[in-house]
Design a protein around this ligand. Sequence first.
Ligand code: MSP
Length: 651
Amino acid sequence: MRQANSPMKNFYITTPIYYVNDRPHIGHSYTTIAADVHARYNRLQGAPVLFSAGTDEHGQKVALSAQAQGMEPQEFVDDVVSFFKQMWQRLHISYDRFIRTTDPNHMATVQQVFSQLRESDDIYLGEYEGWYCVPCETYLSEAELTDGCCPECGRQVEQVTEQAYFFRTSAYADRLIEHIETHPQFIQPKTRRNEVLSFIKEGLRDACVSRNRTEWDIPVPDDESQSIYVWFDALINYLSQVGYPDELDEFNKWWPPQIQLLGKDILTRFHATLWPAMLMALDLPIPEMLFAHGWWITDTGDKISKSKGNMLDPYEVSQELAEISGATTAVAVDSLRYFLLREVTFGLDGSFSWRTLLSRFNADLANDLGNLLNRTLPLVERYLNGVIPEPGPGAGELRDEIERARTQIEQEMAQSNFSAALTAIWKLLASANKFLDTRSPWALHRESKQVELEAVLYDVLDCIRVVAIMIEPFMPKVSDEIWQQLGLQSAQIEKYWEDCCALKLPSDISVAPGRPIFPRVDIKRAMDRLRADSEEQPEPAAADMIGIDEFEQVELCVGIIVAAHRIPGADKLLRLIVDVGESDTRQIVAGIAQQFNPRELLEVQVVVVANLEPATIHGVESHGMILAAGADEPEALVITDSKCPPGTIIR
Ligand code: MSP
């Protein structure tokens, strides 16, 4: 790593650790992409960076999800974690460390912190009486419920009365208020700070930090009856990630984090009160900034989440965009990264729509950025034999624009204002495009003004180089591609922020134009295609899914048809007598008379729904149902291997 002139401060940035009951979706990806942009931006500056990602693997919610899949929790979490890691790799996320709350080191740290706080009397044993929301893993008082449900997710809560350990959050209320008021940067954006302050000023209750012993969670040290509350466990990840409490050198190198990114859902209760209060109790410095961004919602205003059944898989969106546009998947991923951070001011909610994604793709990426490259490189090939010229006298006309953009980006990035930082880059692109038009290299060539021609093309190429550096945090693969097309890959592999100034482009290098990075999309055709796709293959809404528990309510078993008769007056029905084992036979009415001859059904081994309520069909009592394949009409019976005797359970 190149050393900056003055040593840069270490930069520790964290994302929330996500629950592994859920596959990663666009919401998780948003926070993680934003953190990636900060991490990459700081690396460009030459700062040592620790970008932490991870997964929250304990808690009732995860245990229940594992159970629903019929898996052991450990097996289940190992599976889901691999999806998170794969997604981060696909989205070009450059995390440095990945923490799992099931890591033995982390679990030991959580127990150590718990013991330490119990010894200092910051944690005490008491009695909890109130409500608990399992999906949010949150304790709630009666007054906090909305219509008897969780105020955050709107779902049913369960009543809890149990002995539990409490953390004295209330004892830190005054210090928290003082810290927030004297550190205006601590809670961002500003509007969130006021929300947090009023929450604390309304009066903090001590936080319940244990639950009755569960198999899956971290046990409370020296008390077998209790497990550590999943949020207490999860928040400590930020400490164990950097070696707390044993690896002091490592810890001191990184602590406290410069930025902790999270969604607004987990700011007030957890990151802005419980978390800093825990740090105060441990006598540790408070993170410099908590930035709570808004939610991605759908056109109908719903938060994108598993529970709403409207999850968007960012990689699937990218693949679709790649197919629609003809861009590579890596470029499409970067385009989605760009869209997410450009479209919405960080901190506010944003609604995802394909139309706005495609409009941005065409206007900003294909036109402004792509075209500048696609116009300039052929001019270099045509007029300069494809070789980057010397800057020569007169070059540097875009210098002021570049400097302005650079200063603006630095200011915006300090505020996590990604959209405004990107706007500054696009302003520079607009200036470069305009410069190319007004200085018309083609006219200079016609007039044989070679020196001027070289200066103009040098300036535009140099500006493209600068833009490739500026966009690197947002679109790392696009940046590489531009760099490559400029022919710089072999000349200068590493990019640094300090190189974002004019006239640093090396000369005498052959440009290497490739196919357009962002092929333009025909938006109308693309929207028709997307509409047709979604009509053809309606996504199963999660609300229509059943859990394993519901499935298990259906009792299936092997049955042998021992008799089959037509039912007078009902030309579709057959009356079957089915042997279901243990000398039990059932009479079942089946709508298969038009497809099957009663005689050919004798001795056929079928699948019987054994616990279906009896019904009278066409005057005949039916006790169960046999399974057949076919959407409207039965086309084939579902049969079983003859090795299974009648009555064998099917699951
Ligand atoms: N496990 C806790 C966090 C513990 S951190 C010590 C948790 N996990 S979560 O899986 O529910 O993730 C919540 C976070 O995911 C939000 O804070 C946000 O960062 C991100 N998002 C999830 N859905 C989102 C949207 N629809 N929109 C934007 N971000 C959202 O809470």
